[in-house]
Unconditional design. Structure first.
Length: 128
């Protein structure tokens, strides 16, 4: 619908990404990759994060995760930590069965060319 200048050859300019900036680092996560993988445990800057993509809606949530790593749960809104605790991804937070609730982190969904314009030299997540 509108032209863009080539900003980077790693992914297409109009690919939807979730952009996260923490400390002095930034990373773009292609939405289609997040949804395909469902759960991504990662770090941006000094922040341990988990990104959860819903295959039903295409919506992505990004949350602080602390030390545990997460894997897919039985339904699309659930993840399971290393101890077997079930967590539910909600709009405002990731909530465990025992009441813990690390907050959702600031993340933006936009075209890659826009993210790269604000964060030149951003890293790009390419998948497992």
């Amino acid at each position: 619908m509108f032209p863009t200048f080539t900003v980077d050859g790693r992914i297409t300019e109009k690919n939807n990404v979730v952009g996260i900036a923490a400390d002095t680092e930034s990373m773009a996560f292609p939405v289609d990759v997040i949804v395909a993988e469902r759960v991504i445990n990662t770090m941006v800057g000094n922040s341990d994060l988990v990104l959860i993509g819903s295959p039903e809606t295409g919506v992505v949530g990004a949350y602080e995760r602390g030390a545990p790593e997460f894997a897919q749960g039985e339904n699309p809104r659930e993840v399971v930590d290393e101890l077997g605790v079930i967590w539910t991804a909600r709009d405002e937070a990731l909530v465990s069965d025992d009441g813990r609730s690390p907050p959702r982190i600031p993340a933006r969904e936009l075209f890659f060319f826009a993210w790269a314009a604000f964060f030149p030299g951003t890293d790009v997540y390419t998948g497992e």
